[in-house]
Every structure is written in C-alpha cells, then in structure tokens.
Design a protein around this ligand. Structure first.
Ligand code: OAD
Length: 232
C-alpha cells in the first residue's frame, strides 16, 4: 500500500511549537502579511528576520513527540511506499527519525542567498545580515515559502498523490492552498482519505474518515493499524 502523509503545525503542537491559527496561534500576534510575504521582507527586513530568528531559536528548546517518531517507524517499514510531505518549517520529523521529508513550505534551518541563489544549512540568526558562505554578500533570507510564492516540489507531490492508495492529513487546518486541496485531488483520483486532527478542520467533511484527538495518540495508533495490516 502506498501512502501519502501531509502534516501541519498540529503535529508539532505537543512538542511545544505554537500553531498558526486559533488561540495563542502565531498569526494571533502577527498578521501574516506583516511577516510572511516577499513584500513584508522588502518593507521591513529586520521585523521579518527577527520573527523567523525567534522561530529558529525555538527549535533548540523542543523535541519530537510520539507522532513524529511513529511516522519515522512507518517510513522504516514502508520505505518508498511512504511519501511524507509537510507544511512545517521545523525539523522535528527529521529529528524524530524520518529520512525523507518533503518540506513544501521550506525550512527554518536553511537560508537562501538572494545574490547568488545558493541555499545553505543555517542554524544562526539572520537579523544582523551575516555574509553568504558562497558569495559573501549580506542578502540571505529564510528559505521559507511565503504567501504569494510557489511551494517547493508541487510536481512530485501531484505525482505521489496520483500514485498512492491512501492520503492521510495530520494536524492541519485545511485553510492554506495548495495543501488544502490535496484531499480533493486524492478523492478525484479515487484514493481513500483519512484525517487525524484535534479539532474539525475546514476540509474535515471532505475526507472519507476523520478522527479527533491529539496527534501524539492518534498517529501512533494509526501507524500501529497500518503495520499490523488492519488499515487500508
Ligand atoms: P494551523 O495553525 O492553521 O492549523 C493547525 C491545526 O492543527 C488545526 O487544525 C488544529 O486543530 C490542529 N491541532 C492543534 N493541536 C493539535 C494536536 N495536538 N494534535 C493534532 N492536531 C492538532 O497550521 P497549518 O494547517 O499547518 O504557511 O497551517 C498551514 C500553513 O499556514 C503553514 O504552513 C503556514 C501558515 O500560514 C506559511 O507560513 C506559508
């Protein structure tokens, strides 16, 4: 059985990373247009860099939870029959043991040089304008897909959705496109669909099945079902 798993901020919530929407969400304190668009970066680079520097620094204070670890176990068992695509810019899937993670919205621990177009692994702050290791100009931005930009690797995601048997969406509100449309694409191609979420999402009613609860419980239980052959 080939499975495509899409994850959102909800899978990292129990690790201590704030989600975007809802009470105490990141977008409650910041309007996305102020920190997550190319226009915002042009108008106020310091504000934008500081916002993502804080998010990057927060990664050093959190650990993957049981949901990340369970998906890594699923990858070990299924190999290439699992395709994990995440909207998350944290690195908790990798630290939970997943080796192949498609970060469609980019990664906090990466910087992109607007002068030479090189991308670099990046752990430090960007607010002070450090030099690019390749061309030495101070034009690094977070390697994150902002609103109005095209998510990474859409062609391979479309292909995986067309080739899979099951599409599973975990901890995402179903508000941001194109990820919110994956369920429609999967259903249009005759795939089975399952949602795991703490609350009802904008796309809950579109899934064949939707389960309510924290990811740290729902994901290991579902992985166990798959591994024992009870799911699908
Ligand atoms: P949201 O903050 O929009 O939604 C988080 C989802 O996680 C909600 O549906 C919650 O019900 C669910 N949730 C919260 N805690 C959970 C838990 N413990 N277990 C399971 N589910 C839980 O985050 P995303 O859907 O990831 O994009 O947001 C999508 C995109 O919007 C982000 O990638 C980001 C943002 O703007 C960019 O910045 C480009």
């Amino acid at each position: 059985m080939r499975i495509v798993v899409l994850t959102g901020a909800g899978i990292s919530a129990e690790s201590g990373l704030a989600t975007f929407r809802g009470e105490d969400g990141l977008w409650e304190g910041h309007h996305p247009a102020d920190v997550a668009t190319p226009e915002a970066f042009e108008a106020n680079p310091t504000l934008v860099q500081r916002f993502y520097d804080e998010r990057r620094a927060a990664l050093t204070r959190v650990e993957p939870n049981a949901a990340h670890v369970a998906l890594a176990q699923l990858e070990s068992a299924l190999g290439n029959d699992l395709y994990l695509v995440t909207q998350n810019i944290d690195d908790l899937h990798e630290r939970g043991g997943s080796e192949r993670v498609h970060h469609m919205h980019g990664r906090l621990r990466a910087a992109w040089c607007l002068a030479c177009n090189e991308r670099h692994v990046w752990e430090e702050a960007l607010t002070d304008g450090p030099p690019c290791p390749s061309c030495h100009s101070s034009m690094l931005r977070p390697d994150i897909v902002w609103f109005g930009e095209v998510p990474y690797g859409m062609e391979s995601i479309d292909q995986e959705l067309a080739d899979c048997d099951l599409f599973v969406s975990i901890g995402t509100s179903g508000v941001v496109y194109p990820a919110a449309a994956f369920v429609h694409y999967a259903i249009g191609n005759g795939k089975r669909t399952l949602e795991l979420n703490l609350e009802t999402s904008d796309t809950t009613s579109d899934f064949h099945e939707s389960r309510r609860g924290p990811a740290s419980e729902l994901v290991p239980a579902w992985v166990e079902e798959v591994l024992s052959g009870r799911s699908g």
